[in-house]
Design a protein. Structure first.
Ligand code: ADP
Length: 220
């Protein structure tokens, strides 16, 4: 395996994208650039961007293209990304962002645009049954026969459902994805650059599929 790769990972929320991005970034020794993480950091730091992003994120909307494009352009110009590459997670999210990214990456083009494909029904089911320890963040899967109250096996904290993991909230985010982000799939398909990877399997199997797809794309 040759380290370095410039990758985009698309996919519905709850498709396991975050975990796979972390694994891919270790495997190819490239930074994992998550726009969601960058915005959450700005919110924590209380910067001007953070204040704006918090309003938008709480309302379940998308931060404006110009702002997002500026943030990503700056991040991709740093030495680690220029030298080794990156895995982009959460960007692009609109066709406008994808067009801008094409311009930003003309000198050093993206090696592979991957779509981690998990059907909407399955994602909804997975997220709706997700429970999280409020103290240590350990994830659990509820099966309808769980003891109440639910105590975390790792730290003894309370295990609850995240506020934004209710079926209503998840459906809202999935609608937004369908509206704004799924046109990206068509955009990259038209350019003949999209690699669809079946995301319905164990995390290890899905990771192996992703690596095979990336290695194939890097070989040309
Ligand atoms: P999710 O938790 O929905 O998978 P992320 O963690 O990637 O999403 O992002 C959280 C929020 O940050 C999004 O709901 C959106 O408001 C904002 N955001 C992240 N990336 C972008 C982007 N590329 N364009 C616009 N808004 C974004």
């Amino acid at each position: 395996m040759i380290p370095g790769a410039r990758l985009i990972l698309l996919g519905r929320q709850g498709a396991g994208k975050g975990t796979q991005c972390v694994r891919l970034s270790r495997h190819y020794v490239v930074p994992h650039i998550s726009t969601g993480d960058m915005l959450r950091a700005a919110v924590r730091e209380g910067t001007e961007l953070g204040v704006l992003a918090k309003q938008v994120m709480d309302a379940g909307g998308l931060v404006g293209d110009d702002i997002m494009i500026g943030i990503v352009r700056e991040r991709l110009s740093r030495p680690d990304a220029v030298g080794r590459g990156y895995i982009l997670d959460g960007f692009p999210r609109t066709v406008g962002q994808a067009e801008a990214l094409d311009l930003i990456t003309t000198q050093l083009p993206i090696d592979a645009v991957l779509d981690l494909d998990v059907p909407r029904d399955l994602v909804l089911q997975r997220i709706s049954s997700r429970r999280v320890c409020r103290d240590c963040g350990t994830n659990y899967v509820a099966d309808g026969h769980d003891k109440q109250p639910w105590i975390c096996e790792v730290c003894g904290g309370d295990v609850t459902q995240r506020d934004d993991d209710t079926p209503e909230a998840v459906n809202r985010r999935l609608d937004l994805y369908e509206e704004q982000t799924s046109p990206l799939i068509a955009y990259y398909q038209r350019q003949d650059r999209l690699i669809v990877v079946d995301g319905v399997a164990s995390p290890d199997v899905v990771f192996a599929r992703l690596v095979e797809a990336v290695d194939g794309a890097k070989r040309g």
